[in-house]
Design a protein around this ligand. Structure first.
Ligand code: CTP
Length: 410
């Protein structure tokens, strides 16, 4: 079965929904954001409740929709902490953004939870204005939009088309899919990885015993594919060299080369290495291969054959010795005892910038799981143990660290 690689859309999105007719499109917007890999927390203004049901939005986002600063519940009151919400978010998207909300944003008014979140937000803010055409052309609205843009708010749309009034013109909210596409493009171009060449090795290798049998391992490639997807989402051009896996890599910025043996992987990776800015070697490469693969299928003899093995080339060690200044080299280490010391030894021996220490001890980590538990150790001996997370989140954490290393490497 062919499985989709993990989603590429990065972030925790705080979606502000305000009271305009275009709010009827927001269930689709939530779905598009979730499909792209985001966790979505919806905050509605009171007026938005007239246009779209909070029940629909909370069902699709799998989180309660928030509107009030203080939520009255029988016998108690719950304070919706706007500071916490703003800090939680990697991105604030206000869609639709009405003329009224845009005006309040431009002038620092704070009469609802969404505006409190906006005033507390330090993350990138995007707004998708939606209003009728004369309203959109009004001088006060234009001045408010210009002010917000000047202060760093990214505007998405509006677009030209038929409006709810029946008029035709500029003012229609950009469609949900197009909003998500613009977010992806915009976020990708902000990363230090934008425009960089990233090489990723993934999956297992197979070392032939004869035309039918091979020595392999349990790697599924999920971690490597998540890394490739995340690097592409941040605007990198990715060379993904993978052993045999049942995963798809759909992003147009990922060029995929399928290989089978450690020797094929080495040939392909070594050819790409001089052109890359970052190399992440997550493949589980066989350390040994049969000296000679039989040319025809070995028959069951009386005696079991003895396999004579020889070492494969260590691609990571080769890259460490060939690395030029500015290149960032990342290796993985799978250790079972003295984990940290062994991983630090590998980092030094192979001249790495970062080593990802994989755990096999923890439930839910390692081969085949959708989750992983790793520690990151860099060449400055910074050590960070990460909790059990999805492989997509682990990929994000690794690439966050690589972004820092890239800025040091300049
Ligand atoms: N690796 C590689 N080429 C190989 C073997 C491993 O590029 N022929 C890379 C893996 O992709 C991974 C790292 O080396 O990034 C870790 O490999 P591992 O087998 O754990 O470490 P070794 O260096 O083989 O050391 P040891 O067996 O002593 O743990």
């Amino acid at each position: 079965m062919v499985m989709a690689a993990p989603g590429v859309f990065p972030r925790r999105v705080l979606l502000g929904v305000t009271g305009g007719i275009a709010a009827y499109k927001t269930p689709h917007l939530v779905r598009a954001l979730v499909k792209a890999g985001a966790e979505v927390q919806v905050v509605m203004t009171p007026a938005a409740h007239d246009f779209v049901s909070p029940l629909v939005l909370s069902t699709l986002s799998k989180r309660p929709v928030l509107t009030e600063m203080v939520q009255q519940q029988p016998g108690t009151a719950v304070w919706n902490d706007h500071v916490h919400l703003a800090r939680w978010a990697d991105l604030l998207l206000i869609a639709p953004a009405t003329a009224h909300t845009l005006a309040k944003m431009a002038h620092g008014l704070c009469d609802n939870l969404l505006l409190a979140c906006w005033l507390s937000a330090e993350c990138p803010v995007f707004a998708a204005p939606a209003m009728d055409l004369e309203m959109y052309q009004d001088q006060a609205v234009r001045a408010n939009l210009a002010l917000l843009q000047e202060r760093g708010v990214h505007l998405i749309g509006p677009e030209e088309g038929e409006l709810a009034s029946g008029l035709y013109g500029l003012g229609r909210m950009t469609g949900p899919e197009a909003i998500v596409e613009q977010l992806i493009t915009s976020l990708a171009s902000r990363s230090p990885l934008a425009g960089k060449q990233v090489l990723v090795t993934a999956g297992p290798t197979r070392e032939a015993i004869d035309p039918v049998r091979y020595i392999g391992n349990r790697s599924t490639g999920k971690m490597g594919f998540a890394l490739a997807a995340e690097a592409a989402a941040r605007g990198a051009k990715v060379e993904l060299i993978t052993g045999p896996v049942a995963l798809r890599s759909d992003h147009p910025a990922i060029r995929r080369t399928d290989v089978e043996s450690a020797a094929e992987m080495a040939r392909s990776a070594k050819a790409q290495f001089p052109h890359c800015d970052v190399a992440i070697l997550s493949a589980a490469v066989a350390d040994w291969r049969p000296v000679q693969a039989a040319s025809s299928k070995m028959k069951k003899g009386e005696q079991a054959p003895a396999l004579v093995l020889e070492p494969t080339e260590d691609i990571l060690a080769w890259m460490g010795s060939e690395k030029r200044p500015g290149q960032v080299l990342v290796g993985f280490a799978l250790e079972t005892d003295n984990e940290r010391a062994h991983a630090e030894g590998k980092l030094a021996r192979k001249n790495l910038d970062l080593v990802v220490l994989n755990s096999l001890r923890d439930a839910g980590a390692g081969f085949g799981h959708d989750t992983n538990k790793v520690a990151l150790i860099d060449a400055r001996k910074n050590y960070a143990e990460l909790p059990l997370m999805t492989k997509t989140d682990v990929a994000r954490a690794i690439l966050d660290r690589i972004e820092i290393l890239l800025s040091h490497a300049k």
